[in-house]
Design a protein around this ligand. Structure first.
Ligand SMILES: O=c1[nH]c(=O)c2nc[nH]c2[nH]1
Ligand SMILES: [Zn+2]
Length: 475
């Protein structure tokens, strides 16, 4: 029997979110992964007898016993990132959104007309995100069909779970980076077919036992860049495409005050920015809107009623001086929220960074609230800063819910697929020092604030090891 046909049983500390604010620490857990990548069972507090005889009880499985400074957590979910923008991540953060787009973004994205260039960049960005523990990502590509197909190929070859969108933009762009509406729609249609045909949905034919329904690893996603860059007929055609193929949708919403004013002037018949997308039937339970910083209460109510969620991208919001998104307000209103890196408006290719900056953004909201209480009083007079369990939830289960993958990934409920990270806070020459007073809880918190790719010994998607700092024989 070779390793591929064996179940794997992990024994040790397992940490995951059952719900927002309900973080479960399992100290003496057993988690079994079926060879097809599904979680077969999760046992809490296994007895001494089982612990001592693991290798006999599970003689038909590989048994992995974690050390005291290691723990398993669900893989991170990045709900918003731009793959081509990785080439200038960490540069060009001196301008606000609209100037930033025309000065840095459009020139760089236009270079993806070259498939060879695209292939080289896409290999590097996917590998970088996987090493940082991003097991699922919602990607924006560029307007180029061939390059976007290559992004799908690279993602599949590297084993990431992903949503990939060919970007649509037929107006308000520079001459060198704008599409004709018919080309935009036709190439999107071609792209959808490419992704669907090259990975048939196995959910109808599977007879795999004890598992949730199998899902595709890469899903096409309809991607109008934002309301500024799409004409009304293009928005119409894209919503038709999404409903014809029952596909998710992603875009940007209410990121920057000048952008909001521009949208209002381009769509004077709509009451506000959110209503533009609503008018063109682009707000569905499968829509992910990045940012949502400057929303009125009415706009938030529309999002909640449509089941549309927000990808919170705090690094980008600070870096492009866009504003501070009040996540507590969105959560209180019942809007779904996940975290996004928004590379390269955000400079860091890591959801650990998004966790940290989400904490800082929440504290900035509180500070703002304290300083200007009379203006914000009707928002939430008892403003509560986000907690570690809440932000970890946003990085895992919250992202899964936003992407409608909550039955597939996000935590370790049996039947879900094993997308996971093996964290080692004691790794030699790593970013974390462990002291005698440390507890499992404090080490988990240190990992969230101080950890980096060295702390991730193994990264799995659907049970397949796709990255990690240990050599692959070890895990
Ligand atoms: O952060 C952002 N990045 C982008 O590429 C973009 N395009 C429109 N709006 C945007 N916001
Ligand atoms: Zn973005």
């Amino acid at each position: 029997m070779n390793n591929e046909t064996l179940a794997t049983v992990y024994h040790g500390i397992i940490i995951h979110s059952l719900d927002i604010g309900n973080l479960e620490f399992i100290r003496n857990g057993l988690l079994a992964v079926h060879p097809d990548g599904h979680i077969a069972f999760l046992e809490r507090d296994v007895g001494q007898l089982v612990k001592e005889h693991l290798f006999i009880i599970f003689s038909y499985s590989q048994v992995v016993t974690l050390s005291e400074h290691q723990f398993l957590i669900p893989g991170f979910i990045d709900t918003h990132a731009h793959a081509p923008q990785y080439v200038y991540a960490g540069t060009g953060l001196d301008l606000p959104l609209l100037n930033w787009l025309s000065t840095y973004t459009f020139p760089r994205e236009s270079a993806f007309s070259s498939p060879t260039y695209a292939l080289d960049v896409y290999k590097r960005v996917i590998s970088r995100f996987l090493r940082n523990g991003t097991t699922t990502c919602a990607w924006f590509a560029t307007i180029h069909l061939e390059a976007t197909k290559l992004l799908v190929d690279v993602i599949r070859a590297n084993g990431q779970r992903a949503f990939v969108g060919k970007v649509n933009m037929d107006t308000c762009g520079p001459d060198y980076y704008v599409e004709k509406i018919d080309d935009s729609v036709e190439s999107t249609r071609d792209f959808i077919q490419y992704v669907l045909d090259s990975e048939p949905d196995t959910s109808k034919s599977s007879n795999s036992s004890n598992t949730a329904k199998p899902t595709r690893l890469v899903t096409p996603i309809i991607t109008p860049r934002f309301a500024v860059s799409c004409t009304a007929p293009l928005l119409d055609s894209l919503s038709t495409l999404a409903s014809e193929h029952d596909l998710p949708i992603q875009s940007h919403l209410s990121e920057n005050p000048s952008e909001c004013e521009l949208v209002q002037s381009l769509f004077p018949h709509c009451r506000d920015y959110t209503s533009v997308y609503d008018h063109y039937k682009l707000l569905t339970p499968r829509t992910i809107m990045a940012h949502g910083i400057h929303l009125s209460s009415e706009e938030i109510a529309i999002l909640r009623d449509r089941g549309t969620g927000i990808s919170h991208c705090p690094n980008s919001n600070f870096a492009l001086q866009s504003g501070v998104c009040d996540v507590r307000r969105l959560l209180n209103a019942g809007v779904k929220v996940g975290l996004g890196t928004d590379v390269a408006g955000g400079y860091a290719p890591s959801i650990l960074d998004a966790v940290r900056q989400a904490m800082t953004a929440s504290k900035a909201c509180k500070i703002q609230y304290l300083a200007r209480a009379e203006e914000r009083v009707e928002r939430d007079p008892d403003y509560n800063v986000l907690t570690i369990p809440e932000v970890f939830y946003l990085a895992t289960m919250g992202g899964a819910k936003l992407l409608n993958l909550e039955d597939v990934v996000g935590n370790f409920v049996p039947g879900k697929e094993f997308d996971a990270l093996l964290v080692d806070v004691g790794v030699a020459d790593g970013p974390i020092d462990v002291f005698d007073h440390d507890t499992t809880e404090s080490l988990f918190e240190k990992f969230l604030y101080l950890g980096d790719e060295r702390s991730l010994r193994a990264v799995w998607v659907k049970g397949r090891r796709v990255a990690g700092s240990s050599n692959s024989d070890e895990f």
